[in-house]
Design a protein around this ligand. Structure first.
Ligand code: FAD
Length: 462
């Protein structure tokens, strides 16, 4: 493509900013990033309390976050945050050690079986499901893999046929069942459901395993994780500062029209002309959101194929509260509550995060899901109260809530749409209306998968 193409990027989160970086590195310098908020980072939101930044959104990375590492190198920063650590409690608030055989004599057979299944699962993923961990979902529903290997920072192009990959459309629970490895869910659930990505009986295995590939899961098990002292938002603030064209904040896009090979974007009342547009903002939001956020189908001259496909997207209702406690009620560490990570305990506290170990006058953040595909959504206020009650049960009651949000989280499609080739249909539309689709839905809802998808989009089409 012509290097002086005028490219509009919607969204100044990880996907949009990294698209700017990779375009710039490839010689495309005529790009504009439009961000609707007064800050960059999107779901990487790290406000300050008492002189330190806490996390309302993304918290951590793993050593295989190659795209995030590209950004770190581009900006000359590193993952210099506090070491993560956690313990476990049951739903009655008692500290437990679910993986320690000596503390669970009756569970020893199950723990041994689980260990065996984890090993077997690792082997299955490498052999039967070869190609499962490629970023994005191209070809999976047809039994192919196509993309860039995530096994090393080189990210070599890879492709091949593997009919077994079609199994990845199944809900993860079913996927484990057909492979006789049900117990691996005990390990995968910690960094999956409690991080807001839904329940194993509803979410296609593809999402679970592209995010939690074997290597990444083992990094979680060994707590080999990255954090950033100034928060994950800092990564994207730094990137924004280092880009030739930082994001234009407070950009309200009223209309996008695509005609005659040009893209006309009406932003803050002015019409701007571009040659191509990359959308990293939500494509579709099924119901009206309290924060006024809308999907692209609402402000674009959307075509029938875009509307038909994007209306299949659902998302998680994932709520975060930032609370203060009395000093004597401050938790000594972060806690996972496995009992609450099942659909029957929808709306309950699944995890709470103590970020700063050396300071008790700091924020604790809480996490809960309040929607499962097969049940009614729990209203926001009710879930908020349930979490507060749970904190009391955990012996760490909140004194005050100082921040909260219910975020548009982890857009995804369900098994039937995944299996019928939703991703290949959307991939076939890339560029069709001078429009490219990126961001979470195209890969997975974490910082690295989204930034990596932007890297590959630039590699493939520009
Ligand atoms: C509570 C929580 C915990 C998380 N934990 C982790 C974690 O530990 N590790 C991890 O890797 N990831 C984590 N994530 C996920 C990660 O933050 C997201 O996957 C990532 O930020 C997605 O990047 P994105 O650019 O695709 O989308 P977003 O971050 O959502 O950015 C999209 C941007 O587009 C802007 N936008 C939207 N609509 C418009 C419009 N119409 N016009 C202009 N701009 C628009 C938004 O304001 C936003 O800035 C977490 C997220 C949350 C909320």
């Amino acid at each position: 493509m012509e290097k002086n193409l005028r490219i509009c990027i919607i969204g100044g989160g990880p996907a949009g900013l990294s698209a700017g970086m990779y375009l710039e590195q490839k010689g495309y310098e005529n790009y504009t990033i439009l961000e609707r908020q007064d800050r960059v980072g999107g779901k990487c939101w790290s406000p300050t309390y008492n002189g330190r930044r806490y996390e309302m959104g993304a918290i951590m990375g793993v050593p295989s976050y190659y795209a995030v590492h590209d950004v770190e190198e581009f900006c000359g920063i590193t993952h210099d945050g506090p070491k993560l650590n956690r313990n476990y409690k049951n739903s009655q608030g008692q500290v437990i050690e679910p993986f320690e055989p000596k503390k669970n004599l009756l569970k020893i057979p199950r723990l041994l079986k689980m260990k065996k299944q984890v090993k077997l699962f690792g082997e299955l993923l490498e052999s039967k499901y070869k190609g499962y961990d490629v970023n994005g979902h191209r070809g999976v529903a047809e039994g192919r893999y196509e993309g860039f290997s995530q096994q090393s920072a080189k990210r070599e192009p890879v492709s091949g046929e593997n009919p077994n990959l079609k199994d990845l459309a199944l809900p993860f629970k079913e996927f484990c069942r057909i492979n006789n490895v049900d117990l691996v869910q005990d390990i995968w659930i910690g960094p999956y459901t409690s991080f807001g990505y839904g329940y194993f009986d509803e979410i296609p295995a593809a999402y679970v395993l592209k995010y939690l590939d074997f290597q990444t899961t083992m990094n979680f098990v060994k707590v080999n994780l990255w954090t950033w002292k100034n928060g994950t938002q800092y990564i994207w603030e730094q990137l924004n500062e280092h880009l030739k064209h930082p994001a234009r904040l407070n950009s309200t896009i009223e209309k996008v029209e695509r005609r005659g090979g040009k893209v006309y974007v009406t932003v803050n009342g002015q019409v701007e002309e571009y040659d191509k547009i990359i959308v990293t903002a939500p494509l579709y939001i099924p119901n009206k959101r309290a924060d006024g956020q809308v999907g692209m189908v609402d402000y674009f001259d959307t075509r029938d194929d875009e509307r038909a496909l994007f209306s299949k997207i659902d998302y998680e209702r994932y709520d975060v509260q930032a609370v203060l406690t009395k000093p004597e009620d401050h938790p000594e560490i972060s806690y996972y509550v496995f009992d609450n990570m099942v659909p029957q305990r929808l709306g309950h506290l699944m995890v709470y995060y103590r970020r700063w170990k050396d300071q008790i006058d700091q924020v604790i953040t809480t996490y809960a899901l309040r929607k499962h595909r097969d049940s009614e959504e729990i209203p926001y206020e009710k879930c908020r109260q349930m979490v507060q009650d749970d904190l009391k049960t955990m012996h760490n009651p909140a004194r005050e809530v100082i921040n909260e949000w219910s975020v548009y989280y982890f857009p995804h499609v369900f098994s039937e749409d995944y299996a019928s080739g939703w991703y290949d249909k959307v991939e076939a539309m890339q560029g069709k209306y001078d429009t490219f689709y990126a961001g979470e839905i195209m890969s997975f809802g974490d910082m690295d998968e989204t930034a990596e998808y932007s890297r590959e989009l630039v590699e493939r089409f520009f």
